[in-house]
Design a protein around this ligand. Sequence first.
Ligand code: NAD
Length: 691
Amino acid sequence: MTEIMEFEKIDGIGIVTIHSPPVNALGLAVRQGIIAGVQLGIADNEVKAIIIICAGRTFFAGADITEFGKVPVEPHLPAVFNVIENSPKYVVAAIHGTALGGGLELALNCHYRVAVPSAVVGLPEVSLGLLPGAGGTQRIPRIIGIEAALDFITSGKPMKAKPAMEAGIIDAVVDENALKQDAIAFAKNLITTNAPMLKVRDRNEKVAQFRGNSQVFADYRKKNARAFRGFKAQENIIKCVEAAANMNFDEGMEFERKMFFELLNSDESAAQRHVFFAQRETARIPNLPADTQSRDIKKAGVIGAGTMGGGICMNYLNMGLPVVLVEQTQEALDRGIGIIRKNYETTAQKGKMTMEQVEARMAQIIPSLEYSALSDCDIITEAVFESMAVKLEVFKKIDAVAKAGAILASNTSFLDIDEIAAVTSRPSDVVGNHYFSPANVMPLLEIVRGAKTDNSVLSTSLAIAKKMGKTPVVSGVCFGFIANRAMSKRSEQCNMMILEGVSPELIDKVGYDYGFAMGPFKMADLVGLDVTGRDSNELTVRGELVRLGRLGQKSGGGFYDYDENRNATLSPIAVEVIKDVAQKLGVVQRPNQSETDILARMLYPVINECSKIVEEGIAHRPSDVDIAMIFGYNWPVYRGGPMFWADLIGLNNIVQKLEEFASLYGEAFKPSDLLLKLAKENASFASLNRK
Ligand code: NAD
């Protein structure tokens, strides 16, 4: 008996109950409690089998994160596992809630596992750039086989009890409301049937056949090459599972340990752990009292059924709300609704939705050409053309029809929310809700807090983001807010470099190699050059390409030409256009820039702009900026975002390079005051987090 462990005997079964709220994390007291309990059972002659069960809402939910970064105190997890696995009496894990990470690894050391139907098991370490380092990679393949283990561990996806039983992780699914009684019955049955003492470590039947078979692992790497690119954890997990096939158990454990520590010390995992915590931090808003009431949202309105409006409408439909969708013309309305339907039907074809669900969502759209249809909406989001004149007109119209207390949101990418708010009679109800394209897919919602935005409007926007499954980042008012403002610096430099004679192909390669899904010019071709190249009076390469009808992939080509399989080759027409524009603008030619310099020119100005965004208080903390860039622009997660990456490089080095660029290319590269200050103090952006 310890403070958090209770031992009791029922019908010859020793029951070790751990109660360490909130989630029975495997901290020191829990580890001690488990050892004490199991040893009591082993020592007691009346006890023939032992059950490990948890009180409260869950089985051991994983490691104790408060112990992260501290010197670990004995007994460590492996010692606990040894006591369990080497027990001469059966040990049965009785699982409810979640058995994740170390929690599942503990259960895998028990000789048998039973779970209630709602229980979930999983090894989510991969999402932190780690692997299950307490035997998970060696035991899971031994009970579910190599291929299933690769998927289970590299995805980190949790599995419900029933599929887990089918896979072999769980031995029995028991009554939802009778875990303890059913576990006792299960244990008694083991005794009466003289069931084998199953140690997962000794079970080789599912792995032996793969010994020396490197093909299955090569195929797996190939199949997942795109998804795993740049991540270290997935590769190390594959190596460990391969070790489970090729090595004996103890060697495999040693190898797993080596692979685990390699990850623990890697930049990739440090970045992913940073992202994990940073994501949880974004909703912590200074100057927003904890008791702020959110407004009730039962009906939404969206104005504009174009690229963004359609996606925003889907987000609200997915929340289960009816949505009034307003357009200028019947044609635009029909087109927008047609695209929404097509998106849902595609989801249904993939088996992720039923056709009934598609129809139910579609039935919740209330299409209209009249603003008056918005009069009973609790939140109205404007997604019309990006023009201040148009937005001001639209907000005047919304103001005239919206009910008192309705939230008036703008999806503007760049424009001043305060100016928009000022044309309404209720600036405190106005907020920026800036989605990223495709709005129904991208996981970021930038919430722009205007000078007069009411706290309840902000807190409702945060709640909406959560309900939509998006991560909110709060931004102050400035041109482009956080993500677009920072990323526009990358575009500026890339556009400049091609004029200097650097090939778009090389720039795209550098961007891709850094970890972006594609480089900026391939991306521009995909999005459509007219999205950014239109309406500009300046002489630009994009503008010229648009004038030539080269709008990107949708018109057969832009910077690149595309074959029927969408393979890209640099377009000779684009090359000519670039030369011509450069000549007309008198750009000094510098075609021979190194890949290292190209990367620095692409991304150091972004870091510099992010620094200004923090300095000006537009973002609350550097980690919010990282999240905005990762979730809004697919900045590679394993780089941790621009601010985390800058810290890794060292702010001194960033400053030095920016100053070198400033002397070559001008003032645009001048390091921000904050960057200079931190570099001088040998400090990091991270030092400004958690404030
Ligand atoms: P879009 O051209 O695809 O759609 C705009 C729609 O608004 C059109 O269907 C148009 O008919 C409609 N519209 C225009 N004026 C209207 C009015 N007065 N009343 C009703 N409907 C009206 O444009 P989009 O790409 O969806 O952009 C919309 C807004 O979202 C812009 O402010 C843009 O900056 C912003 N945004 C765009 C993206 C993107 O990647 N496309 C990303 C984030 C934010």
